[in-house]
Design a protein around this ligand. Structure first.
Ligand SMILES: *Cc1c(COP(=O)(O)O)cnc(C)c1O
Length: 419
């Protein structure tokens, strides 16, 4: 059984202060999980998690992670601006972008970020920077299928990211000629996987490649970036990743491949997003409408504009009705938002307790790729974000959008008196 990180009484107190809908984050859970990750990789003195900002781009969240020793992984100019505003600098920032405009590389370089090149033609962009960076990371795409013990996990050959093996070598040779001194190697081969073998399998591929590229080109590598992709149990039947086992598996590959090659000084980097945050966020909504036709619908004050994953990927998000955790789940509902889109459904054919209007509906695992994927379709406004602090108090860490925000980019000929 999946339990929310707040009970019904606490939630009612919070809602009295912060009207629904909003995303609620659990500081205690975020910190404990970040500490566990660092324990799992404590064997590697240079280990660094660069939190993928796109997953949860909120200053309060990024500051908590920073206090736990994390840097940030940015992909755009705006994400870099956010990192800069929070005081992240230099090698605390990984810039893993793709199809990158020159000005984004220039800004990343100005901040001293580690630039991760997605493509061979990015080398020409590095030439155009005000100076040649000392250290550059390269993104690898092995093509074909990616398998773990004969099971196909994903199809990198269909993915737009990264360079081929021969492009990697050519890029390194050019970058060496330009004066780059240190290299990193990165790959992201599958998303949201709960396979404890994912990181160890990926690590072995990258470690062997580093060893071979070092031999072939003489390039000095200082880190391997295992990127994101570690998943979380969205469904109650799913098991969480055993992050200690993951760390141990990577250590075994490290000892088997890098240490004998004299490369035991390399650091491990990660760019986890989902694993760091997803379970520590809930979307809190109120049941505002009921409708019975060919099916039984419950309408919420939240919609896919606040959480796009079910509409976009058909993702399962667990739902708890606050205060009815132990009631029989004997009603079959579609739990929906009010967008004029038939995919605006948080749950389809879900067995839940009987829902009354006014009930608080807790949608689980929205801490990553939740708020941040939100949008303004149908003029729906982005919700607030609230932090449940470790001491039990709450803080509004992003206010809800207002119609003024929605209209702010427009030049309306007549400003409505209502605005
Ligand atoms: C999205 C992304 C991540 C984070 O992915 P998760 O699935 O949230 O762990 C990390 N690195 C890059 C380059 C990404 O695009």
């Amino acid at each position: 059984m999946k339990k929310p990180f707040v009970d019904a009484n606490k939630l009612r107190q919070i809602v009295a202060e912060h009207p629904t809908p909003f995303h609620l984050y659990d500081e205690r859970g975020i910190r404990e999980n970040a500490r566990l990750l660092h324990r799992a990789f404590a064997w590697n003195p240079g280990f660094k998690e660069y939190f993928a900002v796109k997953a949860t781009p909120n200053p309060a969240i990024l500051n908590i992670l920073r206090e736990e020793g994390c840097g940030v992984d940015c992909a755009t100019y705006t994400e870099l601006l956010l990192a800069e505003a929070l005081g992240f600098e230099g090698q605390e920032i990984m810039f893993s972008s793709n199809m990158t405009p020159l000005e984004d590389f220039q800004f990343a370089h100005k901040l001293g970020a580690i630039i991760n090149l997605d493509d061979f033609t990015d080398v020409d962009y590095i030439k155009k920077l005000s100076s040649i960076p000392q250290k550059v990371c390269l993104r690898y795409n092995p093509g074909g299928n990616f398998s773990i013990s004969n099971e196909i996990m994903d199809t990198p050959g269909e993915a737009k990211y990264g360079m081929t093996r021969s492009q990697l070598k050519a890029a390194i040779e050019q970058l060496l000629d330009m004066g780059v001194r240190k290299f990193g190697l990165h790959a992201f081969l599958t998303s949201n996987t709960r396979a404890n073998d994912y990181y160890p399998t990926l690590a072995r591929i990258l470690f062997e490649l580093v060893r071979d590229l070092h031999t072939e080109t003489g390039a000095h590598f200082s880190f391997v970036n295992l990127s994101g992709g570690i998943g979380v149990p969205y469904h109650p039947s799913e098991e969480p990743v055993d992050i200690m086992a993951v760390g141990k598996g990577v250590e075994e590959a490290f000892n088997a491949v890098l240490v004998p090659a004299g490369l035991g000084h390399l650091s491990i980097a990660a760019e986890l997003g989902r694993f760091m945050l997803a379970p520590y966020g809930h979307l809190i909504a109120t049941a505002i409408r009921r409708k019975n036709t060919y099916k039984h619908y419950i309408g919420l004050d939240a919609s896919a504009a606040n959480l796009m994953r079910p509409a976009m990927y058909g993702s399962y998000h667990h739902i708890t009705i606050a205060g009815k955790e132990n009631d029989p789940h004997d009603h079959l509902y579609d739990v929906v938002g009010g967008l004029c889109e038939n995919n605006d459904k948080f749950a389809v054919n879900r067995h839940l307790p009987e829902i009354e209007l006014g009930d608080l509906v807790i949608i689980h695992d929205t801490g990553a790729h939740g708020f941040s994927m939100g949008y303004n379709y149908n003029g729906k406004l982005r919700s607030a974000e609230v932090l449940l602090k470790a001491d039990g108090s709450t803080e509004l860490i992003r206010r809800a959008e207002t119609p003024e925000d929605y209209f702010a980019t427009l030049n309306l000929p007549v400003r409505s008196a209502r605005l």
